[in-house]
Design a protein around this ligand. Sequence first.
Ligand code: C2E
Ligand code: CA
Ligand code: CA
Ligand code: CA
Length: 280
Amino acid sequence: AKEEGRNAYRFFTPPMHQQAKSRLLLANDLRQALADGQLQIWLQPIVDLSTGRVCKAEALLRWQHPVHGMVPPGQFIPIAEETGIIVELGNWIFRQAAAAARQWLEQGDGAPCQVSVNVSPRQFVSDTLVDTCLAALRELDVPPHSMVIEITEGLLLTDRADIVDKLARLRSAGMQLALDDFGTGYSAMAYLKKFNIDYLKVDRSFVRDLDADPSDKAIAEAIIVMAHKLGLKTIAEGVETVAQRDLLALVGCDMVQGYLYARPMPVAEFLASLRSEGAA
Ligand code: C2E
Ligand code: CA
Ligand code: CA
Ligand code: CA
């Protein structure tokens, strides 16, 4: 049934020249969207399995398009990357995420809290990335250790000295680094030695069938054991069921994120949910 669904979707996909046209329109719309305030970051809680408390939140971009409605990031982030708009957009996202961290710090009880931001490889080409991030943190009075930068494996495979240098500068400033979607890319583990990564995010594809597929369980467990031996903490993505959560806890996973706890939500809603959690 899944296959049929996929084929049906493909059937309705517009022909190539129309796709190219709609991508172009979307790119123009995106420039306008930033100016018009159609973009927002939403937050999804990340829960520490040892305390059961929300310790971080991932910032996820949302676009409320005036005509197309909610456009999922998977549809426009790639366009933002290809056109280079991601650099300006990424700076804006980081600032919004830092502002959210500021609010969380203000209402918090001193327990650890961090906001995690996705930074795409294209943003690392920019020579102003690190300084722009640090300036935003200074202006908003947010300590760098309140921020986590999520990067993908591909970035670490580029042997470019300037990218290695930018990652090192972000980290020595006090920000932490998370390796996103772990296990889906190249997984040439050697680079884990070369970079100071703090967190491995176990990709949703290994979590999905955790309770049914013994090989997925073996992979998830192997990633977690390896991460711990290298001194990294693990965050499992896409946790939707209690069974998945319990299995992850059993194999020593540190943190979980997924619909079991909450979907991504507007910043104000996220902050309110923490207040009522604290009151409960
Ligand atoms: P990602 O970084 O792997 O983000 C996790 C995605 O999984 C999010 O999709 C989130 O809504 C979804 N998710 C979380 N829990 C569950 C669950 O239990 N089940 C399922 N089925 N899904 C879950 P979203 O928000 O649609 O984002 C998709 C991708 O778009 C992200 O994948 C990331 O690669 C990119 N993206 C989103 N926001 C940003 C951003 O601000 N900057 C950059 N560069 N990329 C972003
Ligand atoms: Ca991510
Ligand atoms: Ca991910
Ligand atoms: Ca992903």
